[in-house]
Design a binder for this molecule. Structure first.
Ligand SMILES: *[C@@H]1O[C@H](CO)[C@@H](O)[C@H](O)[C@H]1NC(C)=O
Ligand SMILES: *[C@@H]1O[C@H](CO)[C@@H](O)[C@H](O)[C@H]1NC(C)=O
Ligand SMILES: *[C@@H]1O[C@H](CO)[C@@H](O)[C@H](O)[C@H]1NC(C)=O
Ligand SMILES: *[C@@H]1O[C@H](CO)[C@@H](O)[C@H](O)[C@H]1NC(C)=O
Ligand SMILES: *[C@@H]1O[C@H](CO)[C@@H](O)[C@H](O)[C@H]1NC(C)=O
Ligand SMILES: *[C@@H]1O[C@H](CO)[C@@H](O)[C@H](O)[C@H]1NC(C)=O
Ligand SMILES: *[C@@H]1O[C@H](CO)[C@@H](O)[C@H](O)[C@H]1NC(C)=O
Length: 494
């Protein structure tokens, strides 16, 4: 059984490495894979925006602040703000809007939080840190607005959240003890109110920018990992900046397979936005020019190999063929434990997708060994063309194959027997191809699971053929496991 088989399905695509074109039209030709996330998907993802913003608030570190003021009769008062911490954060709701050609507008309203800290103060020439100190607590209610712009930074999707503002609805100061003279309270109230606004705004907006970029990197790393297996990886760096319309966000990726120090090249991939609709939550457009180098790498990596034991072969031939096995094979399988059958790809498989379906052409070689001798009893090579359709349901991948052509291009048989050759052709078509596809189904499902596909809640995924490309479209539920991983990562980054 092949331990690993090439990854045929692309999911979650966003990526790394450099080279971005300003103009989307020439960039389309270099784009191997496209990811379109529509408004309904953004609504689902926005359900947990509050969690991400909470992470931003909680991980923000607030710098200490110092100030001084000259007062009548008292002279100079020095003061400082230390140990500012945030408690009991809660976020009312978050809303967003896609602004065509601009970005995403987000409103996070009713953030209520308690800030706690210490004020140090001293009169005259006393140093603040040897003066008095007083703990304080501020109750606040804030609305937060962020208008992230997506751009292509170092070949990756990056977020610029510098358009960020905070509105304070409430800022109520409580000083511990309340023993201080009124003028002092008044001074601190003004100072703290002003300072906290400044510090909080600066730090929160900075933190949101940081979190947004950790998030962008996180998604891109996840996607890269998803598309890597063993020595095969895929460069999903972007070819141009993402496009935002009123109903979707679309990103454009290279989709270049890397294997054994060689990188695939894509030219005129033929992407056009009209090849995707807008009703489903998530679309992946994948060019044949992405799949073919993947198939090639998998072939070179020796992944298309299958060994079948004598027992299995016996079973397969009995249950699937009407005509009885030729004498040669019957003799061989009389002692199944000492016989084995191997099949492998002997040329790079080629995929050609058209709107009527995907066609795969490959050459396969096979050997039947009987007994312990090193020389195969039977050895042959065939050309196979089949139409393949792929589907995914109940967390399993399914492949349907319709054999269009089987021809024997080489056969080393003990006797040049017409009947034996005819038997082999029939066996390849009726037993070989279905068996290989059923092994591929299991292996690809296993590979998808290893990459975490089964952790996503996916609804009604469809794999649709186009002219030189394939569209994978689906709806999904909120990916909680990614949020957990992401929050862990933000925690670590502080
Ligand atoms: C198939 O069997 C051959 C000979 O025993 C072995 O060299 C090869 O690694 C096996 N391939 C797989 C995929 O198990
Ligand atoms: C946070 O909320 C809890 C429960 O509502 C309350 O007991 C606690 O005093 C609050 N903490 C602050 C700093 O307000
Ligand atoms: C914010 O909270 C206040 C009281 O907690 C409530 O009256 C108001 O409707 C909320 N506003 C929004 C936009 O959720
Ligand atoms: C990757 O390639 C190297 C060198 O060709 C090889 O030693 C290694 O075993 C391969 N790793 C996997 C997981 O196939
Ligand atoms: C990897 O590349 C080297 C040199 O370019 C070549 O000799 C070798 O056969 C290649 N290996 C595979 C598995 O394609
Ligand atoms: C790829 O090239 C690097 C340096 O050029 C070399 O160290 C590495 O072994 C090569 N890997 C393979 C799989 O050939
Ligand atoms: C792919 O299939 C289409 C339609 O069946 C055909 O016109 C085209 O020539 C094929 N392309 C390749 C590269 O075989």
């Amino acid at each position: 059984m092949p331990r690993d088989v090439v990854l045929l399905l692309l999911l979650v695509v966003l990526g790394a490495s450099s080279g971005c074109l300003q103009d989307p039209t020439p960039a389309y030709g270099l784009t191997g894979a496209v990811c379109r996330l529509t408004y309904p998907a953004a609504v689902v993802l926005n359900e947990k925006t509050t969690k991400v913003i909470e992470a931003a608030f909680q991980h923000a570190r607030y710098p200490s602040m110092k100030g001084e003021k000259s007062l009548l009769f008292i002279g100079r008062v020095l003061y400082g703000l230390d140990n500012l911490e945030i408690h009991n954060l809660s976020i009312g709701r978050s809303a967003f809007e896609l602004r065509p050609g601009e970005g995403i507008a987000m409103e996070i309203s009713n953030v209520s939080a308690v800030f706690r800290g210490t004020i140090q103060y001293g009169y005259g020439s006393w140093l603040v840190n040897v003066g008095h100190s007083l703990d304080f607590e501020i109750e606040s209610q804030i609305d937060l607005g962020i208008n992230p712009k997506l751009y292509c930074g170092e070949g990756k999707v990056a977020a610029d959240t510098s358009d960020c503002y905070l509105n304070f609805h409430k800022l109520r100061l409580h000083l511990e003890g309340d023993k201080e003279p009124n003028w002092l309270k008044k001074l601190f109230t003004d100072f703290i109110t002003f300072t906290v606004k400044l510090v909080v705004k600066g730090q929160i907006c900075k933190e949101i920018n940081k979190v947004a970029n950790i998030l962008a990197d996180f998604i891109q790393e996840q996607a890269e990992q998803f598309l890597s297996d063993g020595n095969i990886s895929v460069d999903i760096g972007v070819t141009t900046a993402p496009v935002i319309t009123a109903n979707y966000i679309e990103s454009y990726h290279k989709g270049l397979t890397n294997y054994n120090n060689t990188t695939a090249v894509i030219r005129d991939s033929g992407f056009h936005p009209s090849q995707l609709t807008e009703q489903r939550m998530l679309y992946f457009w994948v060019s044949d020019q992405v799949f073919n180098p993947m198939l090639s790498a998998a072939h070179l990596d020796g992944r298309f190999q299958l060994n079948v034991s004598g027992d299995e072969l016996s079973n397969l031939l009995q249950t699937h063929l009407s005509s009885s096995s030729p004498e040669l094979i019957t003799q061989c399988l009389k002692d199944p434990s000492s016989s084995r059958f191997s099949v492998w790809s002997s040329s790079v498989p080629r995929l050609n997708t058209s709107s009527s379906g995907s066609s795969v052409w490959t050459q396969a070689s096979a050997e039947l060994h009987c007994g312990t001798g090193g020389t195969p009893t039977l050895s042959f090579q065939t050309d196979v063309i089949l139409d393949v359709s792929v589907s995914y349901s109940e967390k399993k991948l399914f492949m349907q194959g319709d054999v269009k052509k089987v021809s024997l291009i080489r056969a080393e048989l003990p006797l040049q027997d017409e009947k034996l050759q005819e038997f082999i052709r029939e066996a390849v078509q009726k037993v070989g191809v279905p068996e290989v596809l059923s092994v591929l189904e299991v292996e690809l499902t296993r590979l998808l699971d290893k990459q975490g596909t089964n952790l996503f809640t996916i609804f009604n995924p469809e794999v649709l053929p186009g002219d030189g490309f394939t569209v994978i479209q689906m709806d999904f539920g909120f990916p909680h496991h990614l949020l957990v991983e992401f929050l862990k990562k933000t925690l670590q980054s502080n």
